[in-house]
Design a binder for this molecule. Sequence first.
Ligand SMILES: C[S@@+](CC[C@H](N)C(=O)[O-])C[C@H]1O[C@@H](n2cnc3c(N)ncnc32)[C@H](O)[C@@H]1O
Length: 389
Amino acid sequence: MMTENIEKFIDELTKSLSDETFVKMTLGNYRGTDAHLQKLLIRLLETKKGTRLFFLYRQETRDTAKNFDFAEGLKIIKESLGTNFFSGHLFTLKNDFQLDIGKKGKSHLNVGKPTFKSKPDLSHNRAKKALVDQNSFYLKALGITTEAGEIRDKQQDKWRQINKFVETLGSLIDKSVLANYQKLKIVDMGSGKGYLTFAAFDFFKITRGIDVSMTGIDAREELVDLCRDIAKACDFENLEFERGLISNYELSDVNILIALHACNTATDDAIFRGIRAEADLIVVAPCCHQELRPQIKAPEFLGGILRHGVILEREAETLTDGLRALLLERSGYSTKIFEFISTEHTPKNNMIVGTRTAKKADSEKVDAQITLIKEFYGIKEQRLENLLA
Ligand SMILES: C[S@@+](CC[C@H](N)C(=O)[O-])C[C@H]1O[C@@H](n2cnc3c(N)ncnc32)[C@H](O)[C@@H]1O
């Protein structure tokens, strides 16, 4: 193979790292043995160990991340070019370099004007003005922001949701017994891709300076792996992700239980775990209410209204969340239900909040209400009620 252009490309990369003009680079045209790998995105990351090269391996259905010191990173890049990856795009403050390696080893190096005039902000330990810093690395890694820190057009709703969630959680804590706690343990059940988990951890740990430890639980291994990689890359030491089912997760010693958009009765499982662990705050945003709708046999006089599928569905949602709130109250929590973000941005927007109180609820009165409601609608069972029974 003619390696002259590859060597020149590596030289420019090495120079840009030593004179601090490196912005980012991409290795593409992958022809290695990993059937799912598509490209490798490389940028700088400020960590406790100093500035490192952050590698994001973009695969068909998931991303994985690792960071290396410059020498290790350069070695991997050198070994990969012409063996696994057959193109490289290097952005420096001086020039852009595009390397293409042909099938017979012939390569071409194109040098162009620099796309970037300044380096992106690497730090995630900065002083913040906004609740969630747009330049946070995890937002980039999760695809909410571009490399330059702009919110992607398609992610605007998610971005609003993230900010609103952090603001809401902050204000719930401020009004609770947790307001002056310097140490918080939070568990997020059904953490998914971790947008809200990362933002909440970042907010409490960095912005508020609280000693927070947080665990995200999710059934999907690939999401847990991705979140772990990103947490590691961010040096978020007490942010952990575990694979598991909410219904099996042994929860104890927790201040805040979160379950956002945990589908159908997974929300009930999460509330139950929170009640049993005596969490001070239980915050859930339910979705995919499927349990009660097929059970509802409304009295005849409501037939004309509930024959419309969409109305029946809303009624089932309202009943499910209303019953959940009553069951929380019976378990010693004061509750509120509100829309935490406008329906314009997401239809899954009801939030149920339970705050543990010293006051004991009149359980007979609550039970009587629950029984009446269930009889009225012909409801036989509800998951949270069964779990608490
Ligand atoms: C709609 S996503 C929500 C993710 C995140 N909480 C958010 O609001 O952006 C629901 C997540 O819950 C997880 N999930 C649903 N049921 C679960 C269960 N019973 N145990 C563990 N994870 C569950 C799914 O794998 C999925 O990642």
